[in-house]
Design a protein around this ligand. Structure first.
Ligand SMILES: Nc1ncnc2c1ncn2[C@@H]1O[C@H](COP(=O)(O)OP(=O)(O)OP(=O)(O)O)[C@@H](O)[C@H]1O
Length: 236
């Protein structure tokens, strides 16, 4: 599904600041993986490389059988649009569009007709517990509801990889827990064995993943948060 092979990334010209050093990572279809790490260690840089938004200085990123470094910008954009979904801390929901219009966008961008996109968005909203809120505007929603919209939008086109960057950073603890459960549940319920990658500071959030990796200046290593209590899974 996703393989990073000895990926290196540095910023700056004459005195480059090496952010990622020989990072290797494999995510299998259906897996849900969390990456933790201190602020500034390079988590967003890593996500940008995986999303094909930036290129590594060394090593390879292979997603869905394609080496991202071999794609031009248009090809990378098309691949990202078709096969990836994104959830961010700041929701990134378009304020002037209704909830259903927001969620229909990825389907429209991937070539669906208006009616098909509306129907797909409507069904996806029901899956994230927002049936009946289709015509609401984002400003009428709570933070947790807004993130549900973002999750619906990230998954409506059935991407192969969901990338979530600190998705609960703006939510209170109870709402965060509900959103984390929903994220895991929807990734696991997705067809085509979609995989998920969750980037977070929170050990508690990370325990919703199948496995946790810690990013440090030395690289990526398996992490076992001994002090954290595993989050109980939602009832089936
Ligand atoms: N475009 C850029 N140009 C120069 N330096 C950059 C660029 N992008 C990131 N960096 C630097 O790379 C390092 C890692 O940044 P990054 O945003 O990936 O960290 P992070 O782990 O996601 O941090 P946070 O948890 O605070 O979001 C930082 O020192 C940052 O200043």
């Amino acid at each position: 599904m996703l393989a990073l092979n000895s990926v290196t990334k540095a910023f700056g010209g004459a005195h480059p600041h090496v952010v990622l050093r020989a990072i290797s990572l494999t995510i299998q279809p259906g897996e849900y993986v969390a990456i933790m790490g201190e602020s500034g260690v390079g988590k967003s840089t890593l996500l940008n490389l995986i999303a094909g938004l930036d290129r590594p200085d060394g090593g390879r990123v292979v997603f869905d059988g394609q080496e991202l470094g071999a794609l031009n910008d248009d090809q990378a954009t098309r691949l990202r649009r078709r096969a990836m979904g994104f959830v961010f801390q700041a929701f990134h929901v378009l304020p002037h569009l209704s909830v259903v219009q927001n969620v229909a966008l990825p389907l429209l961008l991937n070539g669906a007709g208006r009616r098909e996109a509306q129907a797909g968005a409507h069904a996806m909203l029901a899956e994230v517990g927002l049936a009946g809120r289709d015509e609401s505007l984002p400003r009428e929603l709570s933070g947790g509801e807004m993130q549900r919209v973002a999750i619906a939008r990230a998954l409506v086109h059935k991407p192969k990889l969901l990338l979530a960057d600190e998705p609960t950073g703006n939510l209170d603890a109870d709402t965060a827990l509900q959103v984390l459960r929903l994220l895991r549940e929807r990734v696991k319920a997705s067809p085509a064995a979609a995989a998920g990658l969750l980037v977070t500071h929170s050990a508690l959030a990370a325990t919703t993943a199948d496995r946790i990796l810690l990013l440090t200046a030395e690289g990526l290593t398996p992490y076992h948060p001994a002090a954290a209590t595993p989050i109980p899974q939602a009832e089936a």
